[in-house]
Write a protein of this length. Sequence first.
Length: 178
Amino acid sequence: MFENKKFVTIFGSSIPREGDIEYEIAYTLGKKLAENKIDVCSGGFQGIMDAVSKGAKEKGGEAVGVTLDIYNAMASKHLTKQIVTHTLFERLKTLMEIGDAYIILQGGTGTMLELSLVWEYLNKGMIDKKPVACHGKMWKKIISLMEEQIMKEKRRTGLIKCFDEIDECAEFIIDTLK
């Protein structure tokens, strides 16, 4: 879809606003990725999606937003390209296809759905192996619990890396994509 470019799809909450710690973390992440010639893709709306797009765009990177037309929400003004989808599953499929890697930031059930879908596709070999990084204590707990179950089921473990610091999270993805 975007030849000769590397994209990281970022998943996260639409709730944080400028000045909130989660927003600032995503903004920093967007800048750091763009400084390393890696573009970003997100759900294209507000919150973390807006922040990561703003950071990437300010540093000359692309910020692609995959929006859903059934939501009555305003797309981020920081997008360099918007792809409008008509169903949740079309949106999720597009977000997964664009990403050469995935970063999961703070979020709720929507973000958990996105993480779960990426994880399931990787575990079942339905997509090529791609790096996945989660940021924050919440994901560390969830990933740890799920890894125990995955181990019992004798499936592939270690597909998701967890980080406490956003710089370490970004560096893992940047290094893996080089």
